[in-house]
Design a protein around this ligand. Structure first.
Ligand code: ZN
Length: 129
């Protein structure tokens, strides 16, 4: 059994536009977080406002422009923006232009060992080391 799973969109923008929302949990057999890739066409929006019971969300805008509502704020978002929303944040998103973003959901306060304490340096070498 391999210790990795690979998924490739090849052309990110057309791949996302074709698939719409793609959750990677089953594809990558994730066990600690939910990762989704999302595409909202120009003028599109999530038709509801939502919050979460337990999970914080980190979203990374991959391309396009949009508006993010969190509670009483409306923020312009664009490619390269990264935002975290706490579980109680009441949120909705709208695409001003074709908008692609990835969203990582993780249980708030669940990280017990960040890389500094969880990583293990090995003697093995990659071909480029
Ligand atoms: Zn959510």
């Amino acid at each position: 059994m391999k210790n990795y799973t690979l998924m490739q969109f090849r052309n990110l923008k057309s791949g996302l536009a074709e698939k719409g929302r793609t959750t990677l949990n089953d594809i990558l057999e994730l066990t600690g977080s939910e990762i989704s890739f999302n595409f909202v066409p120009t003028g599109g929006f999530t038709p509801f406002v939502h919050s979460h019971k337990n999970n914080e969300e980190v979203c990374i805008v991959l391309f396009g422009n949009g508006k993010l509502m969190v509670d009483d704020d409306e923020i312009d978002i664009t490619e390269g923006d990264v935002f975290k929303i706490s579980p109680n944040g009441e949120r909705a998103i709208k695409a001003v232009s074709d908008l692609g973003f990835t969203c990582i959901q993780t249980k708030e306060n669940s990280l017990i060992n960040e890389t500094k304490h969880d990583g293990i340096i090995k003697k093995r070498k990659a071909s480029w080391i």
